[in-house]
Design a binder for this molecule. Structure first.
Ligand code: ADP
Length: 493
């Protein structure tokens, strides 16, 4: 087997910097590729939130004092190095350091205080793309594949194409779209910042709908593109709403558009080994989960009754994750014999809504507005039913975490949720979740009522489906193989 050299370019990677699922993928996919014998390094911006001491960030002599032109500005930067350490392997990480754009800011893409996107995100990620090309030139380590992720790294294929050095042409590019809704759009007047020939200032270049669009640029110029589940790959070219205005561009690249399901890191998300939760368990010692459930009740100051199912949700609080549906049926939900938990942060209108509800339903609804990794583990370990009624979902990770911890997911049949959850009524022999089609509050409520009924009145079947879910293999093993096949396919073209 030929060992592939892969440079994984990402705007976030756990545990260094994380806002969502992409950080988890950027941690576990490279590790899994290394486990399969490949040479993988990652590169990301060195944000202010990255702890310099904790991650032992070093200088690299040949990657110091670099300069990138961004319009008429000259941005000085260094590329430093650290490691992302997994259980068995570690990945070398390059960190792009510039004080103005990255190191002096706490947020990754937006200001944590105002919640608003940084206005100079175009400059920030032009610098990032430029630094990736520079790193490839200076490292003396030429990647076979430059694996890009989301709009923040989407300028790389075009910049690479415009490079004169012949050797750079041996690096092929793959762009993974984790969410098509985020495209990186900027005013046309700022075209000059990109440092591109004027001929790119058109629809067949970097522009669409009179704006500069980073993601669109990546889709157009990458050697291949993929999304994070087969169903989402189909939806974005078939469904007008899902294609988010990029249908034409995507259709142009249809022959090299793929869908590969994300895996999960089964070392971190494993109730048998989890060091955060109160009591470890597996599908054979499932009854021990009850102690975690009791612990959850204690943490939220609720009285404990094992017969009440614990329904929970961990998510960014935005409409797309189904919060419009949940808020509509909230009072109905509170009539059921359940407890409900919410962990998340996002839109202010929902924060207000849920805090009010928490005050109203004191022994029934507990919410934590904020980001809390430990609590997410407690919830999976103590919860019985996991809610993920997303309007759309490129892949989704939490439904897989929930299954591993012996909770039953209720999801909407879309994107990666469709590819990971088998509905118990549709397929009683193999099902382990509830999956509904219509994006309506009453359909969600119906599914919840069904799940609660099953929990309360058919313990034997409940146990059976939980064990099925816990035994499912969602590791990266399979998907990493698919990525390797795709890399080889791109290289051979
Ligand atoms: P998305 O990437 O769209 O936000 P995913 O389900 O793919 O959704 O991944 C979300 C990741 O972020 C998961 O690892 C989830 O546990 C985590 N997460 C989201 N919100 C929070 C929060 N408030 N506290 C802790 N973890 C969170």
């Amino acid at each position: 087997m030929k060992k592939l050299k892969i440079l994984f370019v990402t705007p976030e990677a756990a545990p260094l910097a994380k806002t969502g699922g992409l950080a988890d993928v950027s941690y576990s996919l490279p590790l899994s590729l290394i486990e399969k014998g490949h040479d993988v390094r990652i590169i990301l911006p060195k944000y202010g939130a990255i702890d310099e001491r904790k991650f032992k960030i070093h200088e690299v002599l040949r990657l110091k004092n670099l300069v990138a032109k961004i319009g008429d500005k000259e941005a000085r930067y260094n590329i430093r190095t650290s490691f992302v350490v997994g259980n068995k392997y570690k990945v070398q990480a390059y960190l792009v350091e510039n004080h103005e754009y990255f190191s002096n800011r706490k947020g990754l893409y937006s200001d944590p205080i105002t919640g608003k996107d940084y206005e100079d995100n175009n400059e920030r990620f032009i610098l990032f793309a430029r630094s990736v090309i520079e790193a490839v030139k200076l490292l003396g380590w030429q990647p076979d594949i430059i694996h890009l992720n989301d709009w923040q790294s989407s300028l790389v294929p075009l910049y690479l194409k415009l490079e004169k050095e012949e050797s750079l042409k041996n690096s092929k590019t793959l762009l993974t779209i984790h969410n098509l809704a985020y495209q990186g759009e900027f005013p046309l007047e700022e075209f000059y910042k990109l440092g591109l020939p004027e001929s790119y200032k058109f629809e067949d270049g970097v522009v669409i709908y009179d704006k500069i669009n980073f993601l669109k640029t990546g889709i157009l110029y990458a050697d291949a593109i993929n999304t994070v589940s087969p169903t989402y790959a189909k939806e974005i070219i078939e469904d007008k709403e899902r294609s988010a205005g990029l249908k034409k561009v995507l259709l142009k690249r249809k022959d090299c558009l793929y869908g590969i399901l994300n895996g999960i890191d089964e070392e971190t998300w494993n109730p048998e080994k989890d060091e955060i939760i109160l009591r470890n368990y597996n599908y054979k010692s499932y009854e021990l989960k009850l102690e975690n459930k009791k612990n959850l009740a204690v943490k939220f100051g609720f009285d404990f009754n094992p017969d009440e199912p614990y329904i929970y949700k961990i998510s960014r609080i935005i409409d797309a994750k189904g919060f419009d549906l949940i808020s509509e049926i909230f009072d109905e939900l509170m009539k059921l014999d359940i407890k409900l938990f919410l962990l998340g942060v996002g839109e202010k209108k929902y924060h207000k809504f849920f805090i009010e509800k928490q005050n109203k339903y004191k022994n029934k609804f507990g919410c934590y507005i904020g980001y809390n990794e430990d609590l997410s583990h407690y919830l999976h370990a103590g919860g019985d039913i996991f809610l993920m009624p997303s309007r759309y979902e490129p892949c989704g990770l939490n439904q897989m975490y929930a299954l591993k911890y012996g909770a039953v997911p209720i999801v909407r049949k879309t994107g990666g949720l469709n590819d990971t959850i088998i509905d118990i009524e549709e397929d009683p022999e193999n099902g382990y979740g509830f999956s509904f089609k219509e994006y309506k509050p009453e359909t969600l409520l119906k599914s919840i009522i069904k799940a609660v009924d099953l929990y309360k009145n058919n313990k034997a079947l409940w146990l059976k489906i939980i064990k099925r879910g816990m035994k499912k293999d969602f590791s990266w093993n399979n998907s990493a193989k698919l990525y390797i096949d795709l890399y080889k396919n791109i290289i051979s073209k």
